[in-house]
Design a protein around this ligand. Structure first.
Ligand code: KIV
Length: 303
């Protein structure tokens, strides 16, 4: 057994695929043309289910601000919120590589601040990599994080933290010069030490070219099928977002209907007094029952 194939010390007994996914394992997948599967997760139960389904990479995305906290965008997500939920996900993930998203303003003041915040994800929440949005403007940060032994996932294209600059969530890299800029950003991030790149909201042709030019894996979201892997927001895939799905989302389940039906059935059973049943109740022993039946009622105290 090689070192990269060593079982995680706390491998879940129920995991169908016991091999721990590492950064070198993901890079080997690219070399072997084996697709990388990635999903977001934000809490213990869903992280555990994602991990047990043998997804390679679990990202605690700052999309949690929208899908978990009901906000309009990701810009207000804080380090404390990210750390809290990354710790919860950490408890559920054993096999997958666990990455945490650096929220807006956690690396935008200066590089030293970015390194300090990234270290918190590793030391306080057990993340194995961090993700930062941006291209050539992140080169120094990626180098410093890499020097600090923190694997960095880059994220270019439609970067939600650039919402106001982009003027909305728009596909990026649609003209030849814009596509060229994305390619240069990708190459710069790779040269700086990034271990993997998320390509979001870019034309298929651009993602395919970047994927072909890079030695590190690309994982696409709204970037077509030619990336080395795919990532989706888990709540999009499960229909738990209360919004129409973007074009690139495939709904694999309707969890909203499952939950709504279950909760409505519960409410109806409570209202019809059919829940709980006798079998769902605790009972006194026969001895305690007869003693209790004969017990005198407490007299009200005189006023
Ligand atoms: O925040 C997030 O969930 C992400 C993924 C969409 C890549 O950045």
């Amino acid at each position: 057994m090689s070192f990269t194939e060593t079982r995680g010390a706390h491998a879940l007994a129920s995991s169908t695929s016991p091999l721990k996914i590492t950064i070198p394992a993901l890079q080997e997948k690219k070399r072997n043309h084996a697709p990388i599967s990635a999903l977001t997760a934000y809490d213990y139960p869903l992280a555990r289910l994602v991990d047990e389904a043998s997804i390679d990479l679990v990202l605690v995305g700052d999309s949690l601000g929208m899908v978990m906290l009901g906000r309009d965008n990701t810009l207000t997500v804080t380090m404390d919120e990210m750390l809290l939920l990354t710790r919860a996900v950490r408890r559920g993930v054993r096999r997958a590589l666990l990455a945490a998203d650096m929220p807006y303003a956690s690396y935008h003041v200066d590089v030293a601040d970015g390194v300090r915040n990234a270290l918190r994800f590793v030391k306080e929440a057990g993340a194995e990599a961090v993700k930062v949005e941006g291209g050539r403007n992140r080169v120094e940060l990626v180098q410093r994080l890499t020097d600090a032994e923190i694997p960095v996932i880059g994220h270019i294209g439609l970067t939600p933290q650039s919402l106001h600059r982009m003027g909305g969530y728009r596909v990026q890299g649609k003209s030849a010069p814009a596509a060229e800029t994305l390619l240069e950003d990708a190459l710069a991030l790779e040269a700086a030490g990034a271990v993997l790149l998320v390509l979001e909201g870019v034309p298929r042709e651009v993602a395919a070219r970047i994927t072909a030019e890079l030695a590190i894996p690309t994982v696409g979201i709204g970037a077509g099928p030619d990336c080395d892997g795919q990532i989706l927001v888990l709540h999009d895939l499960l229909n738990l977002t209360f919004a129409p799905a973007p074009k690139f989302v495939r709904r694999y389940a309707d969890a909203a209907s499952v939950v709504r039906d279950a909760v409505e059935s519960y409410r109806k059973d409570v209202e019809a007094r059919t829940f709980p049943s006798d079998a769902e109740s605790y009972h006194l022993s026969a001895e305690a029952r007869s003693g209790f039946a004969g017990a005198t009622r407490r007299q009200p105290r005189p006023a």
